[in-house]
Ligand binder design. Structure first.
Ligand code: FAD
Length: 822
């Protein structure tokens, strides 16, 4: 009976930890159980008393706040203060920027799935949909990506005019200032569609709608600045760029050496208060054609002209590109995707003080502005563009692999190709869901700092894999550049998207978990703030409150991680009314494991965790994959859980879960302390590592789905531009695909006849004529086969050029051979 009592107490404690009971409830439950055993069972009273004393020794100090504070929290607070990582101002700003949404649930170990599934996700409104179907469609039809990149290294004048006239540069500018005032979702839809056609146009449209003058002014500008600039930016009368990066300050943007000195100087005939700027920026998109430069620099006020502080910190000003001393116009050449990009330099450039965004009041607030806006821009620009590129690659590769035959079979039927193709499908599904989720977060009023870093990194990394696989499947067809090549330029440009808006290695290693751990953790930031309070008593009270909640939370996550691991997440609270219930269970299990591992990492490594980038990156991978899986499940729900899409969802889901296991496993295996390695391994993988990558059968199903037109393939690739012109290589692929499929039985019949010696191989037309004469196919069928074979020949054809024409790119000569001949 004694052991029954011990087991009952243990079971009660585990249940309380698993379910997150309050401390008082656990205490009452334990006391009641002990009393019950004493009164109603034969257990020895002495044993009950000894256990009760031991229990009271733990429970009383925990429940009586005055004892707890004095003997536990106070000494711990002293140690904690010493352990607390020192945060620079810029780090603090980064931590405070943005809001916490769904990622907070994932981080805390017990996500409320109903909350995610009940969330209403808005759709495009009528005006937005009409814009996507109208001007965006028309723009895509106008674009000639080959000509823009190879011949013009620019967009043709008519495209620039079309973009300005239709306010493509004013998507984020409110309607009252003449902009389109679009939602993030509409912004995403536009960028996605354009990116599926032409990277140069994509970048040209993306930049004015991302972090830059317009967005800065909308959020922080004075009324005068808004009234003057926003209507001009919306109409494209001003072309903006934003200059932060310089030769010595890339990833470490806060180290910019560029300066602004508050001073008085003669300007347009009068002595006025202003700023003298000296700067050297590079890699600035749209700079060569910009009329207004958003400039980041460090502001100093040595003479106290605008306040008492001398070193004001990073500030942002709008500098017209014709300001004397400003040097602008030359171009960099980004990886064969020649959108406008170049340096901006300035020596003793003087601007009035009201050139500061927000005026003198916001002097020194530049870093906060940039970080807050980056949270929004990164949630939209690159995830949407990656979605557009990946969808196009999936669409075209699915069709091409059905149309292109080798060894007398469509290449997509070979298992080796299937493997690459399933990745294309799975990642495209994931990227699209991820970009939809982060854009929606913005529309729901969030500033999703952590999800936008997740989306920037993972959307571009998955898109890189997609384009690599698409290139491999296309073989030489993807390599030979020219108007018939719809992949090569995207492949060449991929490292650009990996590098811009926060280079990927840095984003993964420092930002996702680095920010996420403190931003999303329910208690850490609060503990840090309490520890720093000047009023020590108040600080102790708050610290005590959060510390003990934190301890309960950590114990709960440890127990949950273990029990969910032992039971394969049977007891997780998830929506059970659907086939995907087991997916939710797995996510809940790994969410608890992440919460537990994060706490242990923060507790044992403290401030050193910042420098343990590999641990931080892997924990960030877990958070990211949990977020991506949530996005995919939500996407599946809002699309009405289409059963036919399940293989793609399943492939992408299992791939993500396997990656979670790899990331968590690598945290466990590489943790610096052996003791912690054992602890983490025991609680996270109590029965070992059982996740497997998506199986071959699933991969087969995914690639089959991509190779023929269907609602599933349509949903996977929705929102890209598909030309209805046969002269467009992707348009041709799409039109040929159903006809190739329809004529496959005829081709098989002809092939059989060929093998039987009834038909001669060789010249296509002669063979078809012979086949009709021998009644192998009808004349009608021969006619269709003839057309389809011509289409296929055009699809597998690649471009050829005269040498002179190819030299054009190097010489800068914009005249085509045809022009010269004329
Ligand atoms: C085509 C293009 C367009 C651009 N447009 C603009 C623009 O319009 N405006 C603007 O201001 N800037 C722009 N940039 C700059 C861009 O944001 C920077 O290139 C980027 O921030 C990286 O800086 P960097 O190239 O100097 O690389 P570096 O900072 O030298 O980084 C090199 C490598 O080191 C890694 N790294 C650096 N620090 C760490 C760390 N602590 N932990 C782990 N890894 C680290 C990086 O991830 C990267 O892989 C553009 C760049 C390009 C190439």
């Amino acid at each position: 009976m004694f052991w029954v009592m011990i087991l009952s107490l243990l079971a009660l404690s585990v249940t309380a930890a698993f379910s997150g009971f309050k401390l008082l409830n656990w205490t009452l439950g334990m006391a009641g159980t002990l009393a019950g055993f004493a009164v109603f069972t034969s257990v020895s009273l002495a044993a009950v008393i000894i256990i009760s004393i031991l229990f009271a020794a733990i429970a009383v100090p925990l429940n009586v706040k005055s004892i707890r504070r004095r003997w536990l929290s106070d000494p711990f607070l002293a140690i904690y203060r010493k352990m607390l990582p020192s945060l620079s101002d810029t780090e603090r700003v980064a931590l405070e920027a943005g809001t916490v949404g769904w990622e907070g649930e994932l981080f805390a170990g017990n996500p409320d799935w109903d909350a995610l599934l009940d969330q209403q996700w808005p759709d495009l409104n009528e005006t937005e949909q009409a814009f996507v179907d109208g001007p965006v469609e028309a723009l895509c039809k106008m674009l000639d990506p080959w000509k823009n990149a190879h011949e013009l290294a620019d967009l043709p004048p008519e495209v620039w005019t079309f973009l300005k006239d239709n306010r493509f540069f004013g998507m984020i500018i409110p309607v009252e200032y003449g902009g389109l005032g679009f939602s993030a979702l509409a912004h995403r839809a536009v960028l996605q569609k354009i990116a599926s056609v032409c990277a140069i146009t994509g970048s040209t449209v993306a930049v004015p709608n991302s972090l830059g003058p317009a967005e800065l002014l909308i959020h922080y500008g004075t009324d005068e600045q808004k009234d003057y600039y926003l209507p001009r930016l919306a109409k494209g009368e001003e072309i903006p760029c934003f200059g932060l990066t310089g030769p010595t300050a890339g990833s470490d943007a806060t180290s910019i050496p560029d300066t602004g000195i508050v001073c008085k100087q003669k300007y347009k005939g009068k002595i006025i208060l202003g700023i003298r700027l000296n700067f050297d920026k590079r890699y600035i998109t749209l700079a060569p054609v910009a009329t207004i430069v958003g400039l980041a620099f460090k502001l100093y006020d040595p003479d106290g002209l605008i306040g008492e502080k001398e070193d004001l910190g990073i500030s942002v000003a709008l500098v017209p590109s014709d300001t004397p001393g400003l040097e602008i116009g030359t171009r960099h050449f980004p990886l064969n995707v020649p959108f406008h990009n170049g340096p901006v330099r300035g020596k003793d450039v003087f601007v009035p003080i009201d050139a500061l965004v927000g005026g003198a009041n916001l002097a020194g607030h530049g870093w906060r502005m940039l970080i807050e806006l980056l949270a929004v821009g990164r949630a939209i620009t690159l995830p949407s563009s990656s979605a557009g590129g990946a969808k196009l690659a999936s669409l075209a590769t699915g069709a091409y692999s059905r149309i292109r035959k080798q060894f007398n079979l469509p290449i997509g039927r070979f298992e080796g190709v299937e493997e690459a193709m399933s990745r294309l499908g799975g990642y495209t599904y994931a990227i699209s869901a991820l970009s939809r989720m982060t854009a929606t977060a913005v529309d729901l009023g969030e500033k999703p700092a952590v999800p936008s870093a997740i989306a920037k990194y993972h959307a571009t990394e998955m898109a890189r894999q997609v384009i690599n696989d698409a290139m491999d499947i296309h073989g030489g067809k993807g390599i030979i550049m020219g108007p018939k090549n719809y992949l090569g330029r995207g492949y060449q440009g991929m490292p650009i998207w990996i590098t811009v808006e926060g280079a990927n290695i840095l984003t993964r290693s420092m930002m996702i978990f680095g920010q996420g751990a403190i931003r999303c953790h329910p208690y850490v930031l609060k503990e840090m703030e309490a520890a720093k309070m000047e009023d020590r008593e108040q600080g102790l009270q708050e610290f005590d409150q959060y510390l003990f909640k934190h301890i309960g939370y950590s114990i709960s996550n440890a127990v949950r991680s273990m029990i969910l691991g032992l039971s394969f997440a049977r007891f997780a609270a998830v929506p059970t009314d659907r086939k995907t219930a087991r997916y939710y269970r797995k996510l809940t299990r790994y969410s608890a494991a992440l919460a537990f591992a994060s706490d242990i990492a923060m507790l044992t490594l403290g401030g050193k965790l910042k420098h343990k980038e590999r641990i931080s990156a892997r924990l960030g991978d877990v958070l990211s994959q949990l977020y991506i899986c949530s996005a995919m499940l939500k996407r599946f729900e809002i699309q009405g859980r289409p059963a036919a899409d399940q293989p793609i969802l399943a492939w992408a889901f299992h791939d993500a879960i396997y990656k979670i296991q790899i990331a968590l496993g690598s945290v466990v295996d590489n943790f610096p302390s052996r003791g912690v390695r054992i602890l983490l391994g025991t609680f996270i993988f109590p029965l070992g590592r059982h996740e497997r990558p998506p199986g071959d059968r699933l991969g087969h199903k995914v690639s089959q789905l991509m190779m023929s037109p269907s609602a599933t393939r349509g949903r996977l690739t929705d929102g890209v531009f598909i030309s209805d012109e046969l002269t467009n290589p992707v348009g041709l692929l799409e039109q040929a695909l159903p006809r190739v499929i329809a004529t496959e039985p005829l081709e098989r019949r002809l092939h059989k006849a060929e093998i039987a010696g009834e038909l001669e191989a060789g010249d296509s037309q002669a063979q078809l004529k012979q086949a009709v004469e021998q009644s192998i196919i009808t004349a009608e069928e021969a006619k269709e086969l003839s057309v389809v074979r011509e289409m296929v020949a055009e699809i597998i054809a690649v471009d050829e050029f005269e040498s002179d024409y190819l030299r054009m790119g190097a010489s800068g000569e914009t005249e085509t051979i045809a022009d010269q001949a004329a």
